[in-house]
Design a protein around this ligand. Structure first.
Ligand code: PBG
Length: 324
């Protein structure tokens, strides 16, 4: 069928036709909102490079969760800023650690909120790397035990799902085993399966105070040039027992999301990261773009590429926009 018999504009002539033939939708069900939790009382510190994102103290969590739920957002992912850091990241699995306390607070005061935790050591180590350092290298196998202990401590505190973001080899299997041996067979693992060594994490490192103090993360996170390796990483995590595969960052890696969607049948999550958020906020603040429209177009693009789930600092803004 060609013009003039076929006119694509027929189905675009009004919003009713447009929504009838719309292929991709975005709803608050798809969104996970990241929260940064820190020590202290009554704290709401805005992250300077992430306008609208706050580091909050535990006492502020319930209100935050209730606000999210009133917008239809039922998922948060927690990142913690410990009081003290050390070489081995002990704060990550401390019984009264910041995340363990945050989970308990949420489960007490906003029990309907689904709580996922980021499992990593970089916020808890004084050197800022995601693992244990041996001979100036991030040592893979000795890190696994600490990660498993951390994930288990989150489950014990009441977390609904754990999300390892460290990129050590074999961590999904190690965490799965630790959870299963301790009666947490029902706790899913959302694996940061395909996580690139990206400059888009810049603002997050300010928010979570987790910048490496020497070197960078290219020895464990993926090379942005690689596609085939993404399949290998994802396959390994599937075999090790991942329930959700994540790609991170999102917008510069839509091709990876799309290819993984075609190849795997597990749910795919995409992390729309701090730098991606900051760029839109900065351009909007300058009046160069319409921030809300660019936000919605971006989130829709991530869904169109194949993501079922989106982790985004825009979750509340997007949910509000969707209600309008
Ligand atoms: C921890 C972690 C990072 C992010 C999520 N978990 C930082 C990093 O790997 O350096 C980045 C999230 C963002 O930029 O929004 N390893």
């Amino acid at each position: 069928m060609v013009f003039p018999e076929y006119r694509p504009r027929r189905m675009r002539q009004n919003e009713i036709f447009r929504s009838m033939v719309r292929e991709i939708t975005l709803s608050a069900d798809h969104l996970i909102y990241p929260l940064f939790v820190q020590h202290g009382k009554n704290i709401r510190d805005e992250v300077s490079s992430m306008p609208g994102v706050f580091r909050i103290s535990v006492d502020q969590l319930a209100n935050e969760a209730k606000e999210c739920m009133s917008l239809g957002i039922n998922n948060v992912i927690l990142f913690g800023l410990p009081e003290k850091k050390d070489a081995v990241g002990s704060g990550a699995h401390a019984r009264d650690g910041i995340i363990q306390r945050a989970i308990k607070e949420l489960k007490n005061k906003a029990p309907e909120m689904n709580v996922t935790t980021d499992v990593c050591l970089c916020e808890y180590t004084d050197h800022g790397h995601c693992g244990i350092i041996i001979d100036k290298q991030v040592d893979n196998d000795s890190t696994l035990e600490v990660l498993a202990k951390t994930a288990l401590s989150h489950a014990e505190a009441g977390a609904d799902m754990v999300a390892p973001s460290d990129m050590m080899d074999g961590r999904v299997a190690e965490i799965r085993a630790a959870l299963d041996e301790n009666n947490f067979a029902n706790i899913p693992i959302m694996s940061y399966a395909v996580k690139y060594a990206s400059a888009f994490y810049g603002p997050f490192r300010e928010a979570a105070d987790g910048a490496p103090q020497f070197g960078d993360r290219r020895g464990y996170q993926m090379d942005p040039a690689n596609i085939r390796e993404a399949f290998r990483e994802a396959s390994l995590d599937v075999e090790e027992g991942a329930d959700i595969l994540m790609v991170k960052p999102a917008v510069a890696y839509l091709d990876i999301i799309s290819k993984l969607r075609d190849e795997f049948d597990l749910p795919i999550a995409a992390y729309h990261v701090s730098g991606e958020y900051a760029m839109i906020k900065a351009a909007a603040a300058n009046g160069w773009i319409d921030g809300d429209k660019v936000m919605m177009e971006t989130l829709l693009a991530i869904r169109r590429a194949g993501a079922d789930i989106i982790l985004t600092y825009f979750a509340k803004d997007a949910a509000r926009y969707l209600r309008k």
